[in-house]
Design a protein around this ligand. Structure first.
Ligand code: PEP
Ligand code: MG
Length: 576
């Protein structure tokens, strides 16, 4: 049995599917040219067939412009010039096909990387991709591709990028386990909203498993059992059943208000990453959308930033789908652990402290303007609130707001209708913004506290780091004081204050947030009903006192103990 961080609830039992890139060890070997040429031709045919199959599977989700990348890969594999180069090396140097192909590939990459034209330079990545596939085929190694799954599996990987997680095939992926990562890394957040059970930060999982081995994953207690015994299989089948029944029972609260036992009403909202998540939010009983992470739209595009039209359609569909209920759409938050295939960020020593989120948008106002225009055009289809991520200063907020005002003026001058009831708010995720909340509240219509980042910046601990996951301390007095200042700053100017970080959906911490006066709690959809149930059992007046007592604790652990006694829930935070 291995332990890790419980990242997404639920229990799964299925075969292991390892998502690991093969490591190729290609050495120069002399060989018979005719045999090597036959091997090369077979590998070229196989590679073309692989790309065609992947293209076919991707065609369900991608449009023809996005599929063009596969066409380019096929053209390269079918190019007689490319084959001729490898053949020359095989014949002239009498070397094995994989060595000759590797030499040719490296030379091509060098040529592309040395080109003046930025577009052509970026094609080097395509050359690497295609030739890696060819080399794997020459060496008899398989490149895993979860898009091609046809049976239930649990993915085991060193790490999953947010885009890997977004593209997991939910029909067959029953859960995932990673060696690295923390509870608030984006792949863990996505797993929760996709309702895929997950345990992250499991040291040794790659070594302990092989493809096809049965595995139990308990995403509630952070436990992974490779090759389980029959008793373990039956015990976990019962546990999974109990979990399903618990979730079923909660459905009775779906259309009920979120109100404490003594009558204080709060708003429970859902977090989404794309219009496709709308259905689960509507199903979850959430009253509104408190965070639409728009960067996933950008990450799904293969070749370029999404244009105004494509974004407009996405925002419009979500606003229409919510039928007049509030939708908070966050402007692009790219950088940090979120990358784009088609854009090379400048190398930075500390990407989480670098050109990220609104900082990127203020440096690339052309990209920002396209998004703001799309958002404002969509505003007439529902109740839109726009918010800017990672604001550190009042100047940044004012500048971002000015871009928004300019986009609005431009649209109006073009005769395009824009709602005049669009709130423009500020995420509070940088400690400086929390401390200055009573200044920012003069300018922002609302706040939403991003605790995933607020905690990483308050603790100076990378949120994706497994060894530092003990510093994810939502109940640390430093964090609670920042939250208190933010709520008070907002209320001083009559603004509402929400929270869209993972802390808002944690049953252990929600009572303190309630007591601190938080107005809105936005979380991954599956958490809404359990938080609603808990809120219904609490008295606001008691929670105000409890929050005051918790703020007196010296440590996160003391605060957790106090809360467990007062509210009787186990911490969901870090289960090591
Ligand atoms: C946060 O930081 O808490 C947040 C909601 O934003 P993200 O997790 O996307 O950085
Ligand atoms: Mg954030």
């Amino acid at each position: 049995m291995l332990r890790g961080i419980a990242a997404s609830q639920g229990i799964a039992q299925a075969k292991v599917y390892k998502l690991e890139q093969p490591v190729l060890d290609i050495v120069r070997r002399s060989a018979d040219p005719d045999e090597e040429l036959a091997k090369l031709d077979a590998a070229l045919t196989r590679t073309a067939a692989d790309i065609t199959r992947i293209r076919e599977a991707a065609s369900v989700q991608l449009n023809s412009a996005e599929l063009a990348v596969f066409d380019a890969h096929l053209m390269m594999i079918d190019d007689p010039e490319f084959r001729a180069q490898i053949e020359n090396t095989i014949r002239n140097d009498k070397v094995c096909a994989e060595y000759a192909a590797k030499q040719t590939a490296e030379m091509m990459v060098m040529i592309f990387e040395g080109m003046d034209d930025a577009y052509m330079r970026e094609r080097a990545a395509d050359v690497k991709d295609v030739t890696f596939r060819l080399l794997c085929n020459l060496c008899g190694m398989e490149i895993p591709n979860p898009a091609m799954l046809d049976e239930p599996v649990i993915i085991v990987a060193r790490d999953l990028t947010p885009s890997d997680t977004a593209s997991l095939n939910r029909q067959f992926v029953r859960g995932f386990v990673t060696e690295t990562g923390g509870r608030t890394s984006h792949s863990a957040i996505m797993a929760r909203s996709l309702e895929i059970p997950a345990v992250v930060g499991v040291k040794g999982i790659l070594e302990a498993t092989r493809n096809g081995m049965p595995l139990i994953l308990d995403g509630r207690d952070g436990i992974v059992i490779p090759d389980p015994s029959e008793e373990q299989v039956s015990a976990y089948a019962l546990k999974a059943d109990a979990f399903r029944k618990e979730r079923e029972a909660l459905k009775a609260l779906k259309d009920k208000p979120s109100v404490t036992a003594d009558g204080r009403k709060v708003v429970l909202s859902g977090n989404i990453g794309s219009p496709a998540d709308l259905e689960s939010v509507l199903e979850s009983g959430a009253e509104s959308i408190g965070l639409f992470r728009t960067e996933f739209l950008y990450m799904q595009c293969e070749n370029d930033f999404p244009d105004e039209e494509m974004q407009f359609e996405a925002y419009r569909s979500v606003l229409e789908g919510m039928h007049g209920r509030r939708v908070v759409i966050r402007t692009l938050d790219i950088g940090g652990d979120k990358k784009l295939n088609y854009y090379s960020f400048e190398e930075e020593m500390n990407p989480f402290l670098g050109v990220r989120a609104v900082r990127f948008c203020l440096l690339r106002k052309d990209i920002f303007r396209t998004q703001l225009r799309a958002l404002l055009r969509a505003s007439v289809y529902g109740k839109l609130s726009i918010m800017f991520p990672m604001i550190a200063t009042v100047e940044e907020f004012r500048e971002a707001k000015k871009c928004c005002d300019e986009a609005r003026a431009e649209l109006i001058a073009e005769g395009i209708p824009v709602s005049d009831d669009v709130e423009v708010g500020c995420m509070i995720e940088v400690p400086a913004a929390a401390v200055n909340a009573d200044r920012l509240a003069k300018y922002a219509d609302f706040f939403s506290i991003g605790t995933n980042d607020l905690i990483q910046y308050a603790m100076a601990a990378d949120r994706t780091s497994e060894p530092l996951s003990y510093l994810y301390q939502p109940l640390n007095p430093a964090v609670l004081r920042l939250i208190k200042m933010t709520v008070e700053g907002a209320h001083k100017y009559g603004r509402w204050c929400g929270m869209c970080g993972e802390m808002a959906g944690d049953e252990l911490t929600a009572p303190v947030l309630l007591g601190l006066g938080l107005d809105e709690f936005s979380m991954s959809a599956p958490s809404v009903l359990s938080v609603r149930q808990m809120i219904g059992t609490l008295r606001y007046a008691d929670m105000q006192q409890l929050a005051a007592d918790v703020l007196e604790c010296d440590t996160d652990a003391e605060a957790a103990e106090l809360l467990k006694k007062a509210v009787g829930k186990q911490p969901q935070t870090v289960v090591q």
